[in-house]
Design a protein around this ligand. Structure first.
Ligand code: THG
Length: 339
């Protein structure tokens, strides 16, 4: 298969891409029309072990923010998700499914409540900006929907807290899981959350201002030397072991949240009105047709799961593997997520 991307302006670089290239990136994926590093010099396995022990710096700018502000902002966000957001406080992050009218998943972003009338949706790979704008226009809502100049940079791994505490002050240690606070970066006020696409702990800096990206990377890189910092990216082995779902892989608009274990983020008690509610209630009443499972299997090798691999019992197809990879921890066996 042909490899490599034909880079063009449609595939957006990030404020950190120069640094990522200097750090020896071996390839990119494209998420939200923006580059996401896929691997560095070391193997995915070596990166996995490093992530579990040290700290890594990840360019996750492709986690684009869709900002929704205005008098009807909370109403629009609530309309888009089955998760009841009425008790969310300023400073909270919430993982929320976003549904269409059939209860199919449009996206699974992290919601940040910045003010009573201002939210960010930190999105996975689909055009939520267009969905939100369309809904707002169609309903005549009093909101502004736009993509701010914000580029998340993740520090993941058990040493992330010590490094960031040394750099930006011990205050960050008080930030709870899935909460955010504020730090000073080059004299600017910047958002930092205890979150990230790994189970090893860490933070995400939602850097506001592209021009600060390179200098911020350099500053963290320098301070990180005594913490054995390395460049990294979301690690497929760690994410599958950790059960973190990936939009486009474990879910598409053909998937509903009840099939993939997101029922806990769905208000089915009638407390909130949201798009797809009748469809979701119908599915809940009948019970979902399929359910996601983690599976472990033995195989000599495990290529990238670019198309779902059928799972058969005898001759009948009982499901499909949507993500899979060799587990160096379990040796020989592979982890996968399957229907
Ligand atoms: N960080 C930020 N934005 C993102 C991601 C991220 N956008 C895209 C993608 N990742 C969204 N997917 C997920 C999936 C799981 C989690 C976060 C983002 C996650 N969930 C916790 C859990 O499952 O335990 C907590 C959920 C909760 O309590 O609300 O960490 O990684 N900025």
């Amino acid at each position: 298969m042909a490899d490599g991307l034909n880079m063009s302006r449609r595939i957006r670089r990030t404020p950190y891409t120069d640094r990522v290239e200097a750090a020896g990136v071996r390839g990119f994926s494209v998420v939200n029309h923006m580059l996401l590093p896929k691997a560095f010099e070391r193997s995915v396995e070596e990166d996995y072990w490093h992530l579990k022990e040290h700290v890594q710096i990840w360019d996750v700018s492709c986690q684009r923010q869709v900002e929704i502000s205005g008098a009807d902002a909370a109403a629009l966000v609530q309309w888009m998700t089955p998760r009841n957001i009425s008790n969310a406080k300023i400073g909270d992050c919430l993982y929320i499914p976003i549904l269409d009218d059939q209860a199919g998943l449009i996206n699974d972003p992290v919601l940040l409540k910045l003010a009573e009338d201002r939210f960010w949706l930190s999105i996975a790979d689909s055009d939520v900006l267009l969905y939100a704008k369309g809904l707002a226009l169609g309903r005549g809502l009093d909101v502004i929907v736009h993509e701010p100049d914000v580029y998340p940079l993740a520090l993941q791994g058990p040493r992330a807290e010590a490094l960031l505490s040394e750099m930006f002050g011990a205050e960050i240690e008080k930030i709870g899981f899935f909460k955010f606070g504020w730090i000073d970066i080059f004299g600017t006020r910047q958002l930092i959350a205890r979150s990230g696409y790994s189970r090893q702990g860490g933070f995400e800096i939602y850097l506001n201002g592209a021009s600060l990206g390179g200098p911020l990377w350099d500053k963290i890189w320098q301070a990180g030397q005594s913490y054995n910092i390395s460049p990294g990216c979301p690690n497929l082995i760690e994410r599958i072991e950790g059960g973190l779902l990936s939009y486009g892989n474990e879910m598409t608009s053909e998937t509903n949240p009840l099939e993939i274990g997101l029922g806990k983020y769905c208000s089915l008690d009638g407390a909130v009105e949201f798009i797809g509610r009748p469809a979701l209630e119908k599915i809940a009443a009948a019970g979902p047709d399929r359910l996601i499972h983690g599976v472990v299997f033995n195989a000599p090798a495990c290529p990238t799961c670019a198309v779902p691999w059928p799972v058969r019992v005898g001759k009948s197809r009982v499901g499909a593997i949507t993500s899979g990879i060799y587990s160096p921890r379990l040796k020989k066996k592979h982890w996968a997520v399957a229907y």
